[in-house]
Design a protein around this ligand. Sequence first.
Ligand code: TRP
Length: 375
Amino acid sequence: MTTSTLETTRTTVTADVPTDVTSETTAPRKRMLTGDRPTGQLHLGHYVGSIENRVRLQHEYEAFFIIADLHMLTTKNTRADIDQVSANARAMVLDQLSAGIDPAKATFYLQSAIPEVTELNTLFQNLVTVPRLERVPSLKDMARSAGKDEMPYGLLGYPVLQAADILCVKGNVVPVGKDNHSHVEVTREIARRFNSLYGDVFPVPELVESEITTLVGTDGQAKMSKSIGNTILLADDAAAVRKKVGGMYTDPNRVRADIPGTVEGNPVFVYHHAFNDDAAEVADLEERYRAGRVGDVEVKEKLAAAINRFLEPMRERRAEYESQPGLVDEIIVEGTERTRDEVRAVTAEVKKAMGITGTYNQLRRKAEQARKRRG
Ligand code: TRP
């Protein structure tokens, strides 16, 4: 594996978090696996739903981050969609590195470059029923928002492929946002079913939930989502943040600053709570908002400033990575190679446990004997 270039560059870009001692011990660390479909840049909803946990848990677990391009195909499979994957993958990994994922600790990989994952998917398909998958709520939502009136076969199998992703490295913990909770439940069922049929091969992975499971959009809609266009991106600059926050949905009944407003569920205050590090400022704004003693402009200006304080360290890290062209690509390729080695070993173990390896070995042995007899 080519590590030389990375080794030198890695020392120049480090997450501003303490190194922990567990990484130095010899016992194999437990593993975290999570990731995203490469459909675009990451936003604050991704951050609170999963990235925050990734950054925190990378010190405790050996971290794998998937770029799930095969999962993307379940709803977006035109040639144009696929042609955007490499750029989106690069952007997404850069977002995560900027957010504080340390490339010296974490492994990023491209799902489609590891064909053994699809082999596991095929084997796992027999460990879950169609009615069980039909009860997974997120799949219907995905089909609907992709404009499909009938469920594609691949989309119904989305959680099975996700189980293959998680179990292909024997993942122990899976930090994901709310949409994915039911998928992790399917993974747990598949792991248990496999173990009971073929012997103890897999850990039953734990879901790691975040404090805020879904972040409201800037427009007040339930969910921040790229397809709705109500996001604040991790890559947004200060001016973009000010503009987006300035246009945010707030209490619609409050047409003047002296009208008492509602704080609960108000997106502007939801964001203040999630991202403003100045708790006293938030408490003061809330109090004055409820009493009709503060204008929306002030609340929003302070929110934009808070989000910019929050994003500023990410911008600095991003600039460092961006000054090293090709580094992100190297990180992905190196990670994919490392992951493939792992997955090959796990797949071999799976096929052995199932007896599939034995089938062909028996045939081969007999064939070899026959060849010898014939001389
Ligand atoms: N389903 C995730 C998403 O919504 C992407 C994904 C694919 C994933 N495989 C995974 C997440 C394994 C966690 C673990 O984009």
